[in-house]
Design a protein around this ligand. Structure first.
Ligand SMILES: [Zn+2]
Length: 338
């Protein structure tokens, strides 16, 4: 779900060289390894071939099957975790509970766990191409790129069900299912909506308390910032790889993010996170500095404009490259864990 300017995208053609530094560290050169078609084929499969994927629907299950088959192909051990959830009422009569699913792919290592996740469900408007076939595509591309990389820690890739207002969400259900084992999660990387918004961002997690209903719309929430090392690692890697990632402005979120996606269940369980999103926080058309806007013309997510042809392939590809590099740096033990 989130924003920043076009200028950064112009830097794209310069990208190739700096990634060599990662190769010298013994990690693959993900910028070369991950190609546009790797990620966009998944966006097409989910948003064009399957279409809208509301929680508990046959389409959400089809997405789960497509994702599970891909993970299995690359040699991961796969579990499909079913759970009951209640969809949001959206002002109508309360909805009946439905069965949704998380797809969990594991490459076993030591007791430390690195989780890389994105939600696969969508609202019914349009086809959930940006929100969040793009995030799932980055998870899949990173999983493929990391399948043959020797990692120290256990690497877990998850595509969650029921993010769009499900009670519980797939992410909450997964965290709950870990019990005290959640203490073994070293870091969580969440990817939600990276292909439509105008600028790529990486944020750290924070506990957020929103102002009461009577407060002005742009009133500041209370932000209790969590660990920042996963975000800073990602931003350092982005700089090294020549990828144009920013974060939230000092005048509002200050590098942190709110409670509107799957990372929040992990933040509440004290897990350090980074959240990747494409969103604008400053500039033309930004009326509420705490919400920002997806593009200069406003939000596309949850509208009929959220379709495949509105996804910017380069943004999805670059996010996949950075997700793979960040997960690899942590899971191999190369990055210092705080
Ligand atoms: Zn989303």
């Amino acid at each position: 779900m989130l924003r920043k300017p076009f200028m950064f995208l112009l830097a794209l053609t310069l990208v190739v060289m700096p990634a060599a530094a990662l190769a010298e560290d013994g990690l693959p050169d993900f910028v070369t390894l991950i190609a546009t078609e790797d990620v966009m084929s998944h966006v097409r499969a989910l948003s064009v071939a399957i279409g809208a994927r509301p929680m508990g629907s046959e389409a959400e299950m089809k997405a789960a099957e497509y994702i599970a088959a891909a993970f299995i192909d690359w040699g991961y051990e796969v579990e499909i975790q079913a759970f009951e959830t209640t969809p949001p009422a959206h002002g109508e009569e309360a909805k009946e509970p439905v069965t949704s699913h998380n797809v969990i792919a594991t490459k076993a290592g030591d007791e430390g766990i690195v989780v890389v996740g994105a939600h696969m469900d969508s609202v019914t408007a349009a086809t959930g191409a940006g929100d969040n076939a793009t995030g799932v595509a980055t998870v899949l591309a990173a999983a493929e790129a990391l399948a043959g990389v020797a990692t120290t820690h256990t690497l877990v890739f998850i595509t969650f069900g029921a993010e769009e207002g499900g009670s519980p969400s797939g992410a909450s259900y997964y965290v709950e299912s870990l019990g005290e084992g959640v203490e073994d999660v070293i870091a969580m990387i969440n990817i939600d909506s990276v292909g439509v918004g105008d600028a790529l961002n990486a944020y750290a997690g924070a506990l957020v308390t929103w102002p009461g209903e009577d407060a002005p719309e742009d009133a500041a929430p209370e932000i209790e910032g969590g660990p920042v090392w996963v975000r800073d690692l990602a931003l350092d890697l982005a700089a090294e790889m020549g990828l144009p990632f920013g974060t939230t402005p000092d005048t509002t979120w200050g590098g942190f993010t709110g409670d509107w996606s799957d990372h929040y269940a992990f933040v509440e369980a004290d897990v350090p996170i980074v959240y990747f999103e494409a969103w604008l926080w400053e500039g033309e058309g930004i009326e509420n500095p705490w919400w920002g806007a997806e593009t200069e013309d406003g939000d596309v997510m949850h509208t009929e404009g959220d379709i495949y042809t509105n996804v910017k392939p380069a943004q999805v590809e670059m996010t996949a490259e950075l997700v793979a590099a960040t997960a690899a740096a942590i899971a191999t033990g190369m990055a210092p864990v705080e």
